[in-house]
Design a protein around this ligand. Structure first.
Ligand code: RIB
Length: 304
C-alpha cells in the first residue's frame, strides 16, 4: 500500500525571472530567462510526495482562470487526487513573481488570491480522506484559522500532522500544539519564537509544548536539525551543484511526509527528506524540479 498523504494548502503560478543578480530598490536589471510554471508551497509538496510514490489528496482552491487550469493540469499529470479542490468563482488563482540569481538564491512575492478562501468547510468536506491518511501536511499560504482547523481535524482522527510554517509568520500556540512535526527554516523559526539570534536548538525547544512533538529546522546546505524533549541531532545535507534553491523546503516537506508515512525512523526520514531537497536544487523551477523515487534512492545509496 502506498503512503496516503493529505495536503491542505496553496497553489500559485510561479512567474520566475532568472537574473545574474537581484535588482536593488529602484534599479532595473536584465533577466536571462522567464518561465511560467506550477508552484505554491502546498502544491509543490503534493507533487514531491506523488513523485516519491505516495497517494496524495490535495485540499485547496484555485480561480476560474488560466492559472487554475494550469493547477488542474499539473495535478492530473502527477496523479494527485483533486476531489477536494474548489474552482473559486470569486477569487483569482494565487501567483508568485520570483527572482532567482546566478548563485541559485531566490526572492519571492506571493499574491495568494483564492488560497486565502480555503475554509473550515473545505476541510470538513475532506474529513473522510483526512481520517484515512497516514499524514496530513499543511503550510502558511492559506488562512491561519484553516491551518489550525485542518490540524485539529487530523489530530482528532488520530492522524499524524506536519506543519510547515512557511512563509514566516507568527502562529497561535494552540495551532502549534496540534502539530506532531514543525518544519521551519531559521527565518521561520525566529518568526515563530520571537527570539532573533537565539541558538537553533534552544529556540526550537521552546516550541515543544505538547507530548511527542518534534521540530525539524531546515538549515540549507548544512542539513536539518531535529529537536525533541529528550534529544536533538543534526542530519547532514547532501552536497550537490546548486542551480535554483526555490522549492527546496517543499521538496524536504514532501519527502519527510512520505518517509514518516512509510514508517521510517526519524533520522532516516530526515535523510530521505534531505536527499529529496538536494535533488530539487539541482534543477530550475519548483514543482517541475521535484525528484522521482528512484533518483532519491540512488542518491541515498551513493552516499553510504
Ligand atoms: O516554496 C516555493 C514556493 O513559494 C513557490 O512555488 C511560490 O509559489 C511560493 O509559494
Amino acid at each position: 500500500m502506498p503512503a496516503n498523504i493529505v495536503i491542505v494548502g496553496s497553489f500559485n503560478t510561479d512567474l520566475t525571472a532568472y537574473t545574474e543578480r537581484m535588482p536593488r530598490p529602484g534599479e532595473t536589471v536584465n533577466g536571462r530567462k522567464f518561465v511560467i510554471g506550477p508552484g505554491g508551497k502546498g502544491s509543490n509538496q503534493a507533487v514531491a510526495a506523488a513523485r516519491l510514490g505516495a497517494q496524495v489528496t490535495f485540499v485547496g482552491r484555485v480561480g476560474q482562470d488560466v492559472f487554475g487550469d494550469l493547477a488542474l493540469r499539473t495535478w492530473k499529470e502527477e496523479g494527485v487526487n483533486t476531489d477536494f479542490v474548489i474552482r473559486d468563482p470569486e477569487n483569482v488563482t494565487g501567483v508568485a513573481p520570483i527572482w532567482v540569481d546566478d548563485s541559485g538564491e531566490n526572492s519571492i512575492i506571493v499574491v495568494l488570491g483564492a488560497n486565502l478562501a480555503v475554509s473550515r468547510a473545505d476541510v470538513d468536506a475532506a474529513a473522510r480522506a483526512i481520517a484515512q491518511a497516514d499524514v496530513v501536511l499543511t503550510q502558511l499560504e492559506i488562512d491561519y484559522d484553516t491551518v489550525g482547523y485542518a490540524l485539529k481535524v487530523a489530530k482528532e482522527a488520530g492522524v499524524r500532522t506536519i506543519l510547515n510554517p512557511a512563509p514566516a509568520g507568527k502562529v497561535a500556540p494552540e495551532t502549534l500544539a496540534l502539530a506532531d512535526f514543525m518544519t521551519p527554516n531559521e527565518t521561520e523559526l525566529e518568526a515563530l519564537t520571537g527570539k532573533p539570534g537565539a541558538p537553533v536548538e534552544e529556540a526550537a525547544r521552546s516550541l515543544l509544548t505538547a507530548a511527542g512533538q518534534t521540530v525539524v529546522v531546515t538549515l540549507g546546505a548544512r542539513g536539518a536539525q531535529y529537536v525533541q524533549r529528550d534529544g536533538a541531532a543534526l542530519v547532514p545535507a547532501y552536497t550537490v551543484n546548486v542551480v535554483d534553491t526555490t522549492g527546496a523546503g517543499d521538496a524536504f516537506n514532501g519527502g519527510l511526509a512520505v518517509a514518516l508515512a512509510e514508517g521510517k525512523d526519524l533520522k532516516d526520514a530526515i535523510a530521505f527528506a534531505n536527499a529529496t531537497a538536494a535533488l530539487c536544487v539541482t534543477r530550475p523551477g519548483t514543482a517541475p524540479s521535484m525528484p522521482r523515487r528512484d533518483e532519491v534512492e540512488a542518491l541515498l545509496a551513493a552516499a553510504h
